[in-house]
Design a protein around this ligand. Structure first.
Ligand SMILES: CC(C)(COP(=O)(O)OP(=O)(O)OC[C@H]1O[C@@H](n2cnc3c(N)ncnc32)[C@H](O)[C@@H]1OP(=O)(O)O)[C@@H](O)C(=O)NCCC(=O)NCCS
Length: 269
């Protein structure tokens, strides 16, 4: 607590010792030259901001959301395991009794799915998270479904099903034919099917379809930076966070950052 105050200017209260991790910054832990470290990780809260960071100790200081912490703060894999302990202790971990991946199927949408899609995309817990230019009305959604049937490789509108029921939807469009790049879009799981990791399972299915069956070399997607659920989902299903486009999209009169993700064929092999 004293050191935090001296170095960062923040007075903190320690609430928990999360544990002590012994590990090394090395690809192979049998490496004789590896430098072993043991680090105690605590959970703490700031109680007062008492001054400036000490420039002799701290070059830069800011707050990070857990999923935004820079890599390199710990040897590979350690930070994730520390955060898992923190989430469990602080009740942030969601129930783990549901299967990690439930079986889902993806099938191409047909005109019979249009009412389901209009209802899904109009839902209050879906609409604010998707871009404003996407299809909304019955006519616009039907036009996309028909295009997906006409151009099955370069444009997709798919229904996510589980146990024979419609649970959500996702889509893609080719954005660069020469470099075989497709952009994923329109992902949504109906609120009554959330929390079962169906989006993760569906994402893995569509990745394999686009890369191994339809021949795409690179997949891209972007989420609003405030969309924590989508960011967690994207990272968990194998997309690599490639950067942030600052103030890229205007939404309700405010500029929003976009978090960009990519996946290349090698990531699946
Ligand atoms: C993104 C989406 C498809 C993921 O669906 P899902 O697989 O059912 O996952 P959930 O919505 O349950 O949430 C995913 C994770 O986010 C986290 N999460 C859930 N609610 C959260 C919240 N309010 N704030 C922060 N994180 C949250 C949880 O860790 C959850 O993982 P868990 O399985 O460990 O509990 C779904 O949330 C959705 O349809 N959102 C609206 C549309 C959208 O955002 N589309 C993506 C546009 S890029």
């Amino acid at each position: 607590m004293r050191e935090t105050l001296e170095e960062t200017g923040l007075a903190i209260r320690v609430s928990d010792l999360l544990g002590i991790w012994v590990d090394a910054y090395a690809d192979d832990l049998r490496d004789q030259d590896a430098d072993w470290i043991s680090v105690a990780y605590y959970s703490a809260e700031a109680v007062a901001d008492e001054g400036e960071p000490d420039p002799a100790e701290v070059s830069e200081q800011r707050w990070f959301a857990p999923h935004d912490l820079p890599s390199g703060l710990s040897p590979p894999g350690t930070l994730e395991s520390v955060l898992d302990v923190w989430k469990t202790r602080t009740g942030r971990a969601r129930r783990r009794t549901t299967p990690v991946t439930e079986r889902v199927t993806l099938r191409r949408a047909t005109p019979d799915d249009v009412a389901f899609l209009v209802d899904l995309y109009g839902d209050d817990d879906v609409d604010p998270f998707l871009g404003p230019r996407r299809a909304r009305t019955r006519e616009e959604v039907l036009a996309e479904v028909e295009r997906s049937q006409r151009e099955p490789r370069t444009f997709g509108r798919m229904i996510i099903e589980t146990g024979g029921e419609r649970a959500g939807a996702l889509g893609w469009r080719e954005v660069n034919a020469r470099n075989r790049i497709a952009h994923l879009e329109g992902l949504a799981v109906h609120p009554s099917f959330r929390g079962r990791r169906l989006a993760d399972a569906a994402a893995r299915e569509v990745q394999r379809l686009l890369v191994f069956e339809l021949g795409y070399h690179r997949l891209e997607l972007a989420c609003y930076a405030f969309n924590e659920r989508a960011i967690i989902h994207a990272e968990r299903s194998g997309f690599v966070r490639e950067g942030v486009k600052r103030k890229a999209y205007e939404r309700n009169g405010e500029w929003q950052d976009a978090v960009e993700f990519g996946l290349v064929r090698e990531d699946l092999e």
